[in-house]
Design a protein around this ligand. Sequence first.
Ligand SMILES: *[C@@H]1O[C@H](CO)[C@@H](O)[C@H](O)[C@H]1NC(C)=O
Ligand SMILES: *[C@@H]1O[C@H](CO)[C@@H](O)[C@H](O)[C@H]1NC(C)=O
Ligand SMILES: *[C@@H]1O[C@H](CO)[C@@H](O)[C@H](O)[C@H]1NC(C)=O
Ligand SMILES: *[C@@H]1O[C@H](CO)[C@@H](O)[C@H](O)[C@H]1NC(C)=O
Ligand SMILES: *[C@@H]1O[C@H](CO)[C@@H](O)[C@H](O)[C@H]1NC(C)=O
Ligand SMILES: *[C@@H]1O[C@H](CO)[C@@H](O)[C@H](O)[C@H]1NC(C)=O
Ligand SMILES: *[C@@H]1O[C@H](CO)[C@@H](O)[C@H](O)[C@H]1NC(C)=O
Ligand SMILES: *[C@@H]1O[C@H](CO)[C@@H](O)[C@H](O)[C@H]1NC(C)=O
Ligand SMILES: *[C@@H]1O[C@H](CO)[C@@H](O)[C@H](O)[C@H]1NC(C)=O
Ligand SMILES: *[C@@H]1O[C@H](CO)[C@@H](O)[C@H](O)[C@H]1NC(C)=O
Ligand SMILES: *[C@@H]1O[C@H](CO)[C@@H](O)[C@H](O)[C@H]1NC(C)=O
Length: 485
Amino acid sequence: MLLPASLFCLLQAWFALADTPPTQLSLNSLHAFSAATLNPTMYTLPVSTNPLSISVALCSYATSNPPRFFVANDSTTTPGPNTLGQPNVYEIELNTTALGAWTGDMLNFGVLAIYNATQSPFEVGVSDNGPIHQFLDTLPLLGDTTTNQVLLFSPPFSPPSISQPTYPNYTLPSANLTFPSEPSSPSDWALFIAPTSSPAFASLPRTGCAMRAAAGNVGFYKTSSNSEGLWLRDSDGWRWQWFINGLTPQTNYTVYGVTNGTQVSGPIYFVTKSAAFACTIVYSVPFCPSVAYAAPLPNSDPAAGITGSMLPDNMTENLLSGMANFTVMLTTLACGRDLYSPLVTCADCQAAYRTWLCLVSFPRCTEYPTSSTTSASSNSTSTASLAQVTPALQVQDAANPRNPYLPAFSENYTALLPCIEMCNAVDRACPPFLGFACPKPQYTASWSYGVGYIDSGEKGEVGGGSTGTAADRWGNVYCNAGGFL
Ligand SMILES: *[C@@H]1O[C@H](CO)[C@@H](O)[C@H](O)[C@H]1NC(C)=O
Ligand SMILES: *[C@@H]1O[C@H](CO)[C@@H](O)[C@H](O)[C@H]1NC(C)=O
Ligand SMILES: *[C@@H]1O[C@H](CO)[C@@H](O)[C@H](O)[C@H]1NC(C)=O
Ligand SMILES: *[C@@H]1O[C@H](CO)[C@@H](O)[C@H](O)[C@H]1NC(C)=O
Ligand SMILES: *[C@@H]1O[C@H](CO)[C@@H](O)[C@H](O)[C@H]1NC(C)=O
Ligand SMILES: *[C@@H]1O[C@H](CO)[C@@H](O)[C@H](O)[C@H]1NC(C)=O
Ligand SMILES: *[C@@H]1O[C@H](CO)[C@@H](O)[C@H](O)[C@H]1NC(C)=O
Ligand SMILES: *[C@@H]1O[C@H](CO)[C@@H](O)[C@H](O)[C@H]1NC(C)=O
Ligand SMILES: *[C@@H]1O[C@H](CO)[C@@H](O)[C@H](O)[C@H]1NC(C)=O
Ligand SMILES: *[C@@H]1O[C@H](CO)[C@@H](O)[C@H](O)[C@H]1NC(C)=O
Ligand SMILES: *[C@@H]1O[C@H](CO)[C@@H](O)[C@H](O)[C@H]1NC(C)=O
């Protein structure tokens, strides 16, 4: 290959500067550097007809003398602090998360110059398809916590394609739900979990490589191979599911999701329970996909939680029988032909009923929130006022469980009541002849439901509740809700 004369001259200049010619960084790949020895270190960049994205991420704590990254997309100037401001020279500035990206034309020439990188390991991504390093909008999801455990989900991906059944062969999912087949190449996700107030975590760059490197010292880095596998919790899509042991009681933790090692999502927060918390996390229940929280069930292996196959047989049988009976009743209607609503179908009704039945069959345990939250919290007025809203709590007498099929539990516990909206969803989605009715908000509803959190509780009003949500990313949980298919 013949080099243009100007490039040749520039390369000559570099030979003088460095003993080795600059390395070419290949397109659509990630380049990891432990630390550069030369100052500056030069790399040639691939040329591309599409806009080229160069992204950089620091993989270790910022030093007082952080590395600086410059690109040039023509051959007449050596990029660096002295030529910045000249045409076709750009600095890739790192922001507070120690991430930086530049996207632009690299039609016939490109060079990257790295200054002062002698102390920090870092990564450079070169792509013609958007920056390799990015911050994403999607969030991981909290299942629930115990004293020293947490159940967490990755952000969703690969939403299932669910085809509505049609008349005359209107077949609803069976009571013992079976998932569609798992995506053949699921998105790669990992989680990073660290105590929110840890000083070592506060200054850690929010980059995938820094979190990976800090694991063991500052927090946990759990890849999909450390997970409990894929779970289809709701119609948003598949998620990786992690059941994690070894946390500290009554501690606020921060969680980031990391996909492909480079793209970071989050944070979300959660708080572990006190040492007195006695309930067990129930998850991976195929017929109740959105049950992923602590319930008053005795557990022979506390480190593993309780999965669907470990539930007491008569509890499972009763729930499946209730689900099957409801489905039989529902299909006395000619579903798909005798439309009872322009908006909802028998399948919507069955799904809403399943979510509701699961939430009321598995009570959710919680604790009264401790009044003190960390002082380092944000000063936004909305989160401050939300933190003062009391969740829908009710102390339960263990001797008289609401669900008679719940096995005996040794102690009274504080229940987090289901959100009334979960009941209203069934009411709205199901044909009136089924006679499903929810208690009225102004009368008895608050005896068994969380009222006024998502919806205001005024008759027929959707929205306008005190929190607008059942749970938020800060780790506050107000009432029990679930996703459904
Ligand atoms: C360098 O990139 C900028 C930003 O994309 C573009 O406007 C400019 O035309 C490019 N210069 C050359 C020589 O390609
Ligand atoms: C590199 O670090 C030195 C101090 O060690 C500083 O004087 C210089 O300005 C830095 N270079 C760049 C490009 O920031
Ligand atoms: C930091 O820069 C990256 C890459 O440009 C971007 O995705 C991210 O949103 C930025 N973060 C902040 C906090 O500005
Ligand atoms: C009815 O639909 C189900 C599921 O969609 C399918 O398995 C079954 O073969 C269909 N039955 C008839 C008679 O078409
Ligand atoms: C529900 O289905 C799963 C998988 O299809 C099966 O392993 C399990 O035994 C079934 N449970 C019951 C109670 O029938
Ligand atoms: C993940 O990163 C690799 C390089 O490390 C890249 O080849 C691949 O395209 C990336 N995948 C996605 C989905 O971004
Ligand atoms: C479902 O119906 C059968 C037959 O009518 C009945 O024996 C059973 O108790 C019902 N299941 C539930 C949970 O109500
Ligand atoms: C956890 O800490 C974060 C950051 O300080 C704070 O915003 C959040 O409210 C805390 N969560 C709880 C449930 O205390
Ligand atoms: C939080 O406080 C800082 C400094 O007091 C201020 O700059 C910032 O705008 C405040 N943020 C909000 C969301 O009020
Ligand atoms: C469920 O099964 C357990 C153990 O087999 C039994 O002790 C309990 O009485 C049963 N509960 C009901 C409501 O039948
Ligand atoms: C549970 O609460 C009931 C009713 O308040 C009380 O009578 C009972 O002693 C409590 N049981 C335990 C184990 O604390």
